[in-house]
Design a binder for this molecule. Structure first.
Ligand SMILES: *[C@@H]1O[C@H](CO)[C@@H](O)[C@H](O)[C@H]1NC(C)=O
Ligand SMILES: *[C@@H]1O[C@H](CO)[C@@H](O)[C@H](O)[C@H]1NC(C)=O
Ligand SMILES: *[C@@H]1O[C@H](CO)[C@@H](O)[C@H](O)[C@H]1NC(C)=O
Ligand SMILES: *[C@@H]1O[C@H](CO)[C@@H](O)[C@H](O)[C@H]1NC(C)=O
Ligand SMILES: *[C@@H]1O[C@H](CO)[C@@H](O)[C@H](O)[C@H]1NC(C)=O
Length: 458
């Protein structure tokens, strides 16, 4: 920060008056003004010339997206208590004493604590304790020198009074795992689960600290808790995905022949940010480039009047993700029948998934509802990836709609993407993606404002 003494005045007033007078007398001022005016004219001309080169840049207006999700509520403090209660019940059913988590989505899910992963273990031990209101004793294990910051993170988490967290510190030359052992207290014998994302050295460290502790990765029953969304989570996901589709629909009206992929990316980013999303990302692929499901084909393609454009995009709202894809034809005329057939096959595949899926179906069955439609249309070998992925705090999370996933079954509250695609290398790529939720009746409900109607109306 600059102090008053360090700040050098631009025109020192003590001597300033005399030099200012001399400056004027010498006629230098006139020269400076003339140079400035000339610069402004040339600069302005340059800018107008270049604006002319970027069609539509001036007319792009995303202001209709402002405040799109302003009425959507964040997860309320009471919900973390409910999550811990559900965890306690499953830990008991599984005969386990605790779940240990590292910073990341599972930690946020149960504790609302945001912390970046570093080489030093920072852990939360969630231990079964029937005496406590949430059924869980929550203990933070932190490096000692970070303890103050840990308390700040805890304050920001704004947890309900029903959760009374404790903090155990470990010194730099000490053992974080002895601190975990202490946090496990009475659960020091028997099974302790670790989150699936925990790093191997931490798994080993906990495993080695006591012969009585049996460390295991959290089983499906624990992981399913995060897969099943509450109504508050579904509301956030719905608005995030509605906003993303609305942004995409608006950007589509500004896509014109002559644009390159990076210009579409920039417009999309502006639109999503205007809608209030953070951590936004965009994949904009034109014609043959869309045959690469994850992009990165190396060269930027330019939109032509007959182009097929794929935009896969999303961002984060209140900690939850959006992920939407639309593939569209630029003009009504000049499109190719093979590509149009492929588009409608993908669209029918999505619709078949919506029509046929029911709570209780395996994820493999859900994938096959789409895959069979595309196979029947003759494009089977070009649908090269799974149908979709779960979505929540993470953009890709369980459950995965994969024709090999017979173990996982749909249940109300699960949210996932339905994104069939057809990719013919060197020719074209089509993908349509909408997020759905299994509703209380066990049917799928779309969390965007609706499927694409045709290759021109998104
Ligand atoms: C913390 O939670 C209470 C409700 O329990 C809420 O009224 C308050 O606005 C929250 N504070 C912050 C900073 O989120
Ligand atoms: C939670 O466990 C820790 C470690 O055993 C203990 O110090 C703390 O008092 C417990 N918290 C509550 C609320 O019981
Ligand atoms: C677009 O398609 C029309 C009709 O097939 C054709 O006449 C035109 O040349 C095509 N334009 C480009 C840029 O390929
Ligand atoms: C899905 O169901 C609707 C309404 O019953 C029907 O019109 C449509 O043809 C079905 N789509 C598919 C692909 O089976
Ligand atoms: C239409 O597209 C397909 C796939 O890229 C291609 O094989 C075919 O030659 C095209 N047809 C015409 C008339 O351009």
């Amino acid at each position: 920060m600059a102090t008053a003494q360090e700040t050098t005045p631009i025109l020192g007033h003590s001597q300033g008056n005399s030099s200012w007078t001399n400056f004027k007398k010498n006629g230098l001022l006139k020269t400076v003004i003339a140079v400035c005016v000339l610069g402004a004219v040339l600069g302005g001309g340059w800018a107008i010339f270049h604006w002319g080169e970027l069609p539509g840049e001036f007319g792009r207006d995303f202001s209709s997206l402002e405040g799109y999700c302003k009425d959507t509520l964040p997860i309320q403090p009471g919900e973390y208590v409910e999550r811990q209660k559900r965890l306690a019940k499953v830990l008991k059913d599984e005969n386990a004493g605790a779940l240990v988590v590292e910073p990341g989505p599972t930690m946020t899910y149960y504790t609302n604590i945001a912390w970046s992963l570093t080489e030093r273990p920072f852990l939360v031990v969630l231990r079964l304790d029937d005496e406590l209101p949430s059924g869980i004793n929550m203990t933070i294990v932190t490096p000692m020198f970070e303890a103050t910051r840990a308390l700040e993170a805890l304050k920001r988490a704004n947890l309900s009074e029903e959760i009374q967290p404790s903090v155990i510190e470990w010194v730099e030359d000490g053992s974080p795992y002895k601190a975990v052992k202490k946090a496990l207290g009475g659960a020091n014998e028997g099974t302790v689960f670790v989150d699936k994302d925990i790093r191997m050295f931490i798994f080993d460290g906990i495993d080695d600290v006591s012969n009585e502790i049996k460390v295991k990765m959290a089983p499906r029953s624990i992981r399913t808790l995060r897969m099943v969304k509450s109504s508050a989570e579904i509301d956030i996901l719905r608005c995030a995905n509605h906003a993303t589709l609305a942004a995409l629909q608006l950007v589509r009206t500004y896509v014109q022949p002559g644009m390159v992929e990076s210009e579409i990316t920039k417009m999309m980013t502006d639109a999503l940010e205007t809608a209030g999303l953070d951590e936004t990302w965009v994949l904009a692929l034109v014609d043959e480039n869309a045959a690469f499901p994850h992009g990165e084909p190396g060269i930027q393609r330019t939109v032509t009047e007959n182009s097929t454009v794929l935009i896969d995009t999303g961002g984060r709202l209140l900690g939850y993700q959006a992920d939407v894809t639309r593939t569209f034809f630029l003009s009504e005329r000049g499109h190719n029948q093979t590509i149009e057939d492929a588009w409608y096959s993908v669209r029918r595949a999505q619709e078949n998934v919506l029509n046929r899926s029911n709570s209780g179906d395996s994820c493999a069955e859900v994938d096959l509802y789409a895959r069979r439609v595309i196979e029947k249309a003759g494009f089977g070998q070009f649908f090269t990836h799974r149908l979709g992925h779960g979505i929540g705090e993470e953009m890709h999370e369980e459950p995965y709609m994969n024709q090999g996933n017979h173990e996982q079954h749909l249940s109300p509250g699960m949210t996932f993407s339905v994104e069939p695609g057809i990719y013919i290398t060197g020719e074209f790529g089509i993908r349509l993606e909408d997020i759905v939720v299994v509703n209380q009746e066990g049917k799928l409900e779309v969390l965007t404002s609706g499927l694409a109607q045709n290759p021109w109306s998104l």
